[in-house]
Design a protein around this ligand. Structure first.
Ligand SMILES: [Zn+2]
Length: 414
């Protein structure tokens, strides 16, 4: 925890510019440095001297991220008062959870026993993961946003394919929903899940990707051999980032089915295994209510998979029937702080329960198709039009991994 002692003076000092607080040459800074030990800490060091004892040394810092208010934090340096001092302050990242590439502006405030004060010029600390030799690829998206991809394993074609997938996904997002990146986005591609976990303070065993929405940063583990999976997973997180940028507000948030549904929809066609869960729930009348899907999904695997599949289907229903403009209106109204029911009524004329009923109505014909296939299957002729059982079983393991990953990464984006 950051030590805070002389809060009264610090508030005043923050209002003063460096030129105003520099008291002649009474206090001289002889060295200032920061050492990043990614991901656990950053150690700030300072050496200074005066004609009299230096009695107060503090570090002020500001994290560059989306915030509702400007926040300046304060750390109390460890040092022994003397006319020549060596001070340091250790930032324990268990209290911060900074992503790779985060930027932090910092400056020192020094005071001696005669009340002379000196403030150093602001400097920027880059919280880089220098355990790897990163390469980078930057692309400017049409609306003016910038996308930078960092990677260290896999050739240029690997990163280019991922970048192409991102660009196509962003273009689709703009076309379907009307949203586009408003802040530069950084994407760190780790070469494996275990490498990614090594970059996290509190790694979760099965975490395959993390979206740091406030930082517009994604960290994800994609082995070059799993490019297809990686493209979908990356696009999912990228969609979360862009949607969160567009809806960032202290007043409102998105219902989970909408947040996850947009990310799923922008990935492309619904995964066949998830589709089979949806079909089964429709035919057995076991769909989850839309109202339940507004809040965190069930921890049970099958229900969670169905929740994602339904979220996709709900977004598909809204876009197919009411179009892009209405979806953008919905996001805008939710951003302004309306309740989910109010926002839906204002844009579409129905509330959550109304959406539930209308959406289920469109699934009736879907159900009839699924049911009609049952006798065909018993005759052994339905496999041409329905996913083969073996393929479904084989894909189930993949879906489980996908769900686990989404569940972990979704937590950071909700
Ligand atoms: Zn998600």
């Amino acid at each position: 925890m950051i030590k805070r002692i002389f809060l009264i003076t610090s508030a005043l000092l923050l209002l003063l510019s460096p030129s105003l607080v520099a008291a002649g040459d009474d206090i001289v800074v002889t060295a200032s440095d920061v050492e990043v030990n990614f991901p656990s800490q950053a150690v700030f060091t300072l050496e200074a001297e005066s004609y009299i004892d230096i009695v107060d040394v503090r570090l002020y810092y500001q994290v560059d991220k989306m915030n509702y208010v400007e926040v300046v934090s304060e750390g109390w340096a460890d040092f022994t008062p003397a006319s020549m001092i060596e001070a340091n302050w250790v930032w324990d990242m268990r209290n911060a959870s900074l992503p790779p590439g985060a930027e932090v502006t910092y400056w020192w405030m020094i005071e001696d026993a005669d009340g002379n004060r000196f403030e150093t010029s602001p400097e920027i600390m880059h919280f880089d993961d220098d355990r790897y030799l990163w390469q980078s690829l930057t692309s400017t998206v049409p609306q003016g946003g910038e996308l930078t991809l960092f990677w260290y394993e896999g050739g240029d074609s690997f990163s280019q394919e991922l970048m192409d997938a991102c660009e196509e996904g962003l273009a689709r997002l703009t076309q379907d929903i009307g949203t586009y990146p408003e802040r530069p986005i950084k994407i760190y591609i780790y070469a494996s899940t275990s490498d990614l976990q090594g970059a996290m303070i509190f790694p979760q065993e099965w975490s395959g990707g993390v979206a740091f929405t406030a930082f517009s940063t994604i960290a994800i583990g994609i082995p070059p051999s799993e490019l297809d999976w990686g493209k979908r997973a990356l696009l999912h997180e990228l969609t979360h980032l862009v949607v969160h940028q567009a809806t960032f507000s202290p007043y409102g948030q998105l219902p989970l089915w909408l947040d996850e549904g947009l990310a799923m929809y922008n990935e492309g066609e619904l995964d066949p295994v998830l589709r089979s869960y949806l079909e089964e729930a429709i035919s057995e009348d076991e769909l989850i209510s839309v109202r339940s899907l507004c809040s965190p999904f069930s921890a049970e695997t099958e229900k969670a998979l169905l929740s994602y599949a339904q979220s996709y289907s709900l977004v598909e229903y809204l876009l197919d029937n009411y179009g892009q403009d209405s979806m953008l209106d919905l996001l805008t109204i939710l951003k302004q702080g309306s309740t989910y029911d109010e926002a839906l009524i204002e844009v579409y004329g129905f509330d959550i329960d109304g959406l539930d009923a209308l959406w289920r109505g469109t699934l009736a014909s879907y159900t009839a198709i699924v049911v009609s296939r049952i006798p065909e299957q018993s005759e052994g002729t339905a496999w041409q039009s329905h996913p083969a059982l073996i393929a479904v079983l084989a894909a189930l393991a993949t879906a489980l991994a996908l769900w686990i990953w989404r569940r972990s990464s979704g937590k950071s984006t909700i």
